[in-house]
Design a protein around this ligand. Structure first.
Ligand SMILES: Cc1cc2nc3c(=O)[nH]c(=O)nc-3n(C[C@H](O)[C@H](O)[C@H](O)COP(=O)(O)OP(=O)(O)OC[C@H]3O[C@@H](n4cnc5c(N)ncnc54)[C@H](O)[C@@H]3O)c2cc1C
Length: 304
């Protein structure tokens, strides 16, 4: 593919053609990207987006791959994976600016060492800060919208800051401008009782260890919780907890998590998802909506 060389020549970052994506997702499933780019900085992301737009190439931003199912056939076009340290990070009183490519745990570590509180919910969430903004990641005790004050985004037009009020944060979603890549995240936290904050985070991690299949590759929650109910409860009540197809299985610990028992395919995972949706619809009249994001070239008959 000629475009691969031409796009690679237009960016300063690192480019890997035909890059395997399974090892870059937490469920360890999926085929390769035509071109994986690790941009040098936010301006490089914007230059890459411009180049892709001018060639009408599809672009996907990959965070930690902690909530993503990549098709077995992989992803056509360009996949962007931000470096962990992208752009300048800073701490100014209760305001913290961090790289969009940094792990979510970074905000927790920085907060604790600066005596800041408010982001306890983030302690056990895998992935990157950019992905956490895109998903409005959170738990019962808080979500990104509670602590994000602004985000820096790269688009084909350049790099700019957007105030959080313009991001339309809602349950596990946010309305970023079309094709925008979150390059830095600005947090507003509060000086507070860090010991109490640590206790809350320890309790959350302990709760996860008991209730989530953390020893298996998984993408976390498959379905969004329907209003007033829990998707895991419905999948379990539909008799699918521990149900296996190929090497993918509805976890026997938490029925909203699919686990990869080793060598699972995206096709196996999607078949499990389809089965759960059908059974839950038939038995309880509830339409389960996906929380996990699908990426890539899925066959028509694979769609859940
Ligand atoms: C064991 C486990 C437990 C989990 N627990 C929770 C939980 O408690 N709460 C919760 O909310 N989630 C949870 N998750 C899901 C996951 O951790 C979150 O959704 C996380 O925010 C995904 O971040 P990521 O960087 O891995 O994004 P990815 O999975 O890589 O991508 C998710 C979406 O975000 C987009 N995206 C990623 N980075 C950027 C960027 N820089 N700019 C723009 N868009 C971007 C992607 O294109 C994609 O659409 C869990 C997952 C696992 C595996």
């Amino acid at each position: 593919m000629i475009w691969v060389r031409e796009v690679a020549a237009a960016v300063r970052g690192e480019c890997t053609p035909d890059a395997p994506l399974a090892p870059r997702t937490s469920i360890r499933v999926g085929g390769p990207a035509d071109l994986l780019v690790r941009p040098a900085d936010a301006a490089d992301v914007a230059a890459l987006l411009r180049e892709c737009a001018s060639r009408a190439l599809p672009v996907l931003v990959l965070g930690g791959g902690a909530n993503l199912l990549v098709a077995d056939a992989g992803i056509r076009g360009v996949v962007i994976r931000l470096p962990v340290d992208l752009g300048e990070e800073s701490l100014d009183g209760e305001r913290l600016v961090l790289s969009g490519g940094a792990p979510v745990t970074r905000v927790v570590q920085r907060a604790v060492s600066a005596g800041l509180t408010g982001c306890e919910f983030a302690a056990g969430i895998p992935g990157t800060l950019g992905g956490a903004v895109a998903m409005n990641a959170g738990t019962r005790i808080g979500e990104m919208k509670d602590v994000v004050e602004r985000v820096e985004v790269a688009t084909p037009e350049g790099v700019r800051w957007i105030p959080a009020q313009e991001l339309g944060f809602a349950y596990r979603t946010c309305r970023l401008p079309e094709g925008a890549v979150v390059t830095r995240v600005g947090f507003r936290l509060k000086h507070g009782d860090v010991a109490a904050s640590r206790a809350v985070m320890d309790a959350d991690r302990e709760h996860r260890r008991r209730t989530q299949p953390l020893n298996w590759p998984t993408w976390g929650s498959t379905f969004r919780n329907p209003p007033g109910d829990h998707a895991g409860r419905l999948v379990e009540a539909a008799g699918l907890k521990g149900h296996r197809l190929g090497n993918a299985m509805w976890s026997d610990l938490h029925a909203n998590f699919v686990v990869n028992l080793g060598g699972a395919t995206a096709r196996d995972c999607l078949a499990l998802i389809r089965m759960a949706r059908e059974r839950v619809r038939e038995r309880f009249g509830v339409e389960l909506e996906l929380e996990v994001r699908l990426a890539g070239a899925f066959a028509q008959d694979e769609h859940p």
